[in-house]
Write a protein that binds this ligand. Structure first.
Ligand SMILES: [Zn+2]
Length: 357
């Protein structure tokens, strides 16, 4: 192919990606709310004015309008533009790596896989949840790829996919137990194991490293806010516990201690409570009173978990930590694994003098 043709194709792929990205924004907003994807004409969320055709170019319209509505100047989140730009960029990468070199199956999978990864990342950020259908679709593509002869040039044998599934499953049960990872992360990575075989391992590694780096930065930056909320919750818990003691119901017996674990979830009126040692209590503590008091006073927090340490008639300590999402990092790892996982695996095996793929 001549250079000029290739450049034209690259531009086309990039624009196509940005248009798909524009549609992904709709999917991200609407599917969690179970709204239809068939859109009424695009309009501003603030003033309701319909957008002109020239305001609907992916990426560029946002840049030209500098993130503000043409009519009412309301701010438009940069995320719309970022999703469009990222989709365009990963489509271009997939073309350069696969499409241009004749790996059409890999390119085709990327065209479907990357949007799913982008959608699940954004929905995870918004709702702390990875949609079921995303993980299932990834797994189904993985299973399908095994039945398409010569399609999967970097493909994995059945036993490799199953071994990867097992390794990821075991690793993740540990990660979920330690905390930080959720069931949605697990489902996604199981799906990715079926698709990637051994290549899922560098993907998982990349995801965990990125997540850990981000988690440490976030922890450091938010330690003050978390401490403030811990103090606030501690006061609420102390008042509540004093009330329990006064009414002579629901307190920790002499010579005992317990930890109450609570989780605030976005949009849930109730807090989930877990008592580690119910036998330490006399009577049943009024959980709903405590939920109500915390819900009324702590309105800024979307998701988080706290641990309340109680010894006899004393609330000793309350620790609060905000929840962090792992989906976007794992998704980045999976995307990287799809693009260059074989290179990483071969490089690593080369170090060990083994050739697998
Ligand atoms: Zn407006």
């Amino acid at each position: 192919m001549t250079d000029i043709v290739n450049i034209v194709i690259c531009v086309f792929v990039f624009i196509f990606g940005s248009v798909i990205g524009s549609f992904l924004n709709v999917v991200i907003l609407r599917t969690p709310l179970k709204q239809s994807l068939i859109t009424e004409p695009s309009h501003c969320f603030s003033c309701g004015n319909r957008l002109k055709w020239y305001d609907m170019f992916p990426i560029f319209s946002w840049l030209i309008l500098r993130g503000k509505c043409r009519f009412c100047k309301a701010k438009i989140s940069p995320r719309y533009m970022i999703v469009e730009a990222v989709t365009a960029a990963v489509y271009l990468l997939a073309y350069l790596r696969f499409g241009m070199n004749g790996f059409f199956w890999e390119f085709g999978v990327a065209i479907v896989l990357f949007p799913i990864l982008i959608v699940l990342s954004c929905i995870d950020i918004d709702h702390f949840e990875i949609p079921y259908w995303c993980s299932i679709t990834i797994g189904v593509i993985g299973i399908a790829s095994f039945f398409i002869p010569y399609a999967d040039a970097f493909g994995a044998e059945w036993h490799e996919r199953l071994i990867s599934l097992g390794i990821v499953g075991v690793l993740f049960v540990l990660l979920v137990l330690v905390g930080g990872m959720g069931g949605g992360d697990l489902q996604m990575m199981l799906g990715a194991s079926l698709l990637l075989g051994f290549r899922v391992l560098p993907g998982l590694f990349i995801g965990i490293v990125l997540g850990a780096v981000y988690g440490s930065v976030k922890k450091f930056r938010e330690r003050k806010a978390e401490k403030e909320i811990s103090t606030q919750i501690e006061q609420i818990v102390k008042d509540w516990y004093q009330n329990q003691l006064d009414r002579d119901i629901g307190y920790v017996l002499n010579g005992h201690e317990d930890i109450i674990v609570g989780g605030i979830s976005d949009g849930q009126p109730d807090i989930e409570w877990e008592f580690l040692d119910e036998a330490a209590w006399k009577g049943i503590p009024e959980k709903s009173d405590l939920s109500k008091a915390i819900r009324e006073n702590i309105t800024t927090e979307r998701e988080g978990a706290f641990r309340i340490f109680i010894k006899e008639d004393l609330v000793e300590k309350v620790k609060y930590s905000r929840r962090m999402v792992f989906g976007p990092f794992l998704a980045t790892g999976v995307a990287a694994a799809w693009l260059v996982g074989d290179v990483i695996v071969n490089w690593y095996m080369g170090l060990l003098n083994i050739n697998v793929i």
